[in-house]
Write a protein that binds this ligand. Sequence first.
Ligand code: MN
Length: 191
Amino acid sequence: MSFELPLLPYAKDALEPVISEKTLEFHHGKHHQAYVTNLNKLLPGSEFENADLETIIKKGRGGIFNNGAQVWNHTFYFESFSPDPKKAPEGKLGALINRDFGSLNQFKGAFEKAAATIFGSGWAWLAMDENEKLTIVQASNADNPLRNGLKPLVTADVWEHAYYLDYQNKRPEYLGGFWNILDWQVIEGRL
Ligand code: MN
């Protein structure tokens, strides 16, 4: 079994000015592609040769875990965006966010703070536990809440390659713009 780089569901310049065409060329075309290529090199002969990505994330170790999780994480991240996004969650997800964070704005503030304060490379996640309680997770490197039995709903890539071309060291500015392209229609569909 070998994995392929998924196509972006929008044009490379569609997320400007929040994420530039140049960033997407590198982030999707080079970084995401490299994780796919590296994973495909590591799998033959391993116990995960015929495994799906969720299994690799839950049970993998070392390079297979790192590259497999990064393939999944980036696909999940890129699929979250739209040039014409739904700007707020409704229905069940909207109600869960209000219940667990007080309001959408309070959630956004808590998520931005968590994402801004991850030390080094990683991902901020909104995830849901088995009792449908929402939680914000700070994850280092390739880590993913699936490993802890949580269901991922939203993620922000805070590796420098995600924002450095557009924002240099200003990670909080990238996170502020994140909400202008995050499509809550997609996120509602993940519940
Ligand atoms: Mn990335």
